[in-house]
Design a protein around this ligand. Sequence first.
Ligand SMILES: [Zn+2]
Length: 204
Amino acid sequence: MAKAVVTSSNRSGQAEPLPVEFANTLSASRGALVEGLACPADLETWLRRHQGLFPDPGPLRGEAAVRVSDQQLCHARVLRDTVRRLIAARVDRKAPDPWDVAHVNRASSMCQSWPVLVWQDPRAPGAEFLCTTDAVTHALALIARSLVLLLAGEQGALLRSCRAPGCVLFFYRHHPRRAWCSSGCGNRARVARHQARRCVGDPP
Ligand SMILES: [Zn+2]
C-alpha cells in the first residue's frame, strides 16, 4: 500500500501512484512548463522523497543518498515523457505510440533483483537484496513496471488528466468525486467557468 507523502502533485497529502508522481515531475505555472528534473540533484531529491512509494525492496535499499549522473538524468526524462504519453493515451482511450510501448517495456527489463541469505548470527538469519544495476536504473525499471501494471490493470480506468486551465498534471481518482489534481486547480476551474458564464451573459 502506498505511503502518504506530500508531493508537488497532490497537496492533500495523499500520494498518487508511483508512475503518476513521476509523470507529474513536469508541471506548469503561469502558462509555461516547469521541469521538475532540471538537474541530477532534482532526481536525487525526488527519489529520496518518493522511496516509500516503490515496491519493496526499493532502489535505495536503506542507502541515505543516491548519486545521479547527467546520462541517468537524461534517461529519466525520456522515460518520464514516455510515461506521460502512455498515461495520456490511457486517459483519452487512444492507441499508444508503439515506440512508447517498446521503450517502457525495455526500461522495465533493465534490472533484476534477488534475495541472498545473510546468516552471521546463528539465531537470526537475514536476507539482503542484490540487483544487476545501479540504484537509479533500478528505480527507473521499477517505475516502468509500476506503469505497466497500472495501465494494464483495472486501476488504469481511474487515471485522469487535470482539466483545469493550464494544468498538465495527471491524477488517480481515489474517490468518485475527485475531478481535479488539487483543490487549487478545482478553485481555478470554478473561477474560469464563472467568468465564462458572465462573458456569455454580458450584453454586447
Ligand atoms: Zn491540476
